[in-house]
Design a protein around this ligand. Structure first.
Ligand SMILES: C[S@@+](CC[C@H](N)C(=O)[O-])C[C@H]1O[C@@H](n2cnc3c(N)ncnc32)[C@H](O)[C@@H]1O
Length: 242
């Protein structure tokens, strides 16, 4: 997926496909999606730094601001910058969150430059849309203050399994990166990986929200490995800048 496709999708295709309430369409349209919401909400709350009241936060790809609400709740004093490639998504985030202490920037992260550094960089489910992961990691490292943290969630690739099952991998979702590789890229740019953990869990074949919830409770306590990964749909990585 290149950035032009992502911009076009979130500005033009998504409103027709998912209607006026992206958050409901994305996170609550099925019982399985709602369990994914619960799991993401719990993981983000667990892994956002609680010792730090950051002076500034950058969120990359906030979409309609679903997880920004958690950031605002947890860090009510902090100035936030929301950066998204899509004007449509930023408008939705602004409607949900208002302008108080929040700045909205319409830009591809690929092109974003800033003299400011941020104490916390947060991003949920955006990285899979950005082709150049090396640039992503370098920019995150560059934009973090010393002592700052990056909390990133993204999808775990299951391309081999999908191909073995004879399923087509949509062009829209070919940009997923394995946790170890993402950790390596962040460390190559001077960050220290503190945590890699499962976020959403989707047990293959059964398509059961209850089973996903139960499996999530077990797998959430374990380090990711080839066995747990068969059920992990998305993961979270925390990296800090020394
Ligand atoms: C799947 S949505 C995730 C929204 C929200 N973070 C969530 O978890 O519900 C991906 C978001 O990333 C944005 N995005 C995709 N590629 C981007 C890029 N290269 N730079 C900045 N934002 C991008 C999209 O416009 C969209 O709002």
């Amino acid at each position: 997926m290149n950035t032009i496709d992502a911009k076009k999708f979130y500005n033009e295709v998504m409103p027709n496909k998912q209607g006026d309430d992206y958050e409901v369409a994305r996170w609550h349209n099925t019982p399985i999606a709602s369990v994914g919401y619960e799991q993401t909400n719990a993981a983000i709350r667990k892994y956002l730094p609680s010792t730090l009241q950051p002076a500034s936060i950058l969120e990359i790809g906030p979409g309609a601001g679903t997880w920004t609400k958690v950031l605002v709740e947890k860090y009510p004093e902090t100035l936030m910058t929301l950066l998204d490639i899509s004007r449509e998504m930023l408008d939705r985030a602004r409607t949900a969150l208002g302008d108080d202490r929040i700045m909205y920037i319409e830009s591809a992260f690929d092109d974003f430059t800033s003299n400011e550094q941020f104490e916390l960089i947060f991003s949920s489910r955006m990285l899979e849309y950005m082709e150049d992961k090396e640039t992503f990691a370098a920019k995150v490292a560059d934009l973090l203050t010393s002592g700052g943290s990056a909390v990133l969630t993204t999808k775990l690739p299951h391309y081999t399994r999908l191909r073995l099952q004879g399923k087509r991998v949509s062009n829209f979702h070919t940009g997923q990166i394995a946790p170890v590789r993402l950790g390596q890229l962040l460390e190559k740019n001077g960050l220290k990986v503190q945590t890699i953990a499962a976020v959403t869990v989707n047990v293959p074949v059964f398509k059961s929200a209850k089973l996903n919830r139960l499996a999530g409770k077990l797998i959430g306590r374990l380090p990711l490995n080839p066995v747990t990964n068969t059920c992990v749909e998305s993961y979270l990585i925390v990296a800090t800048k020394p």
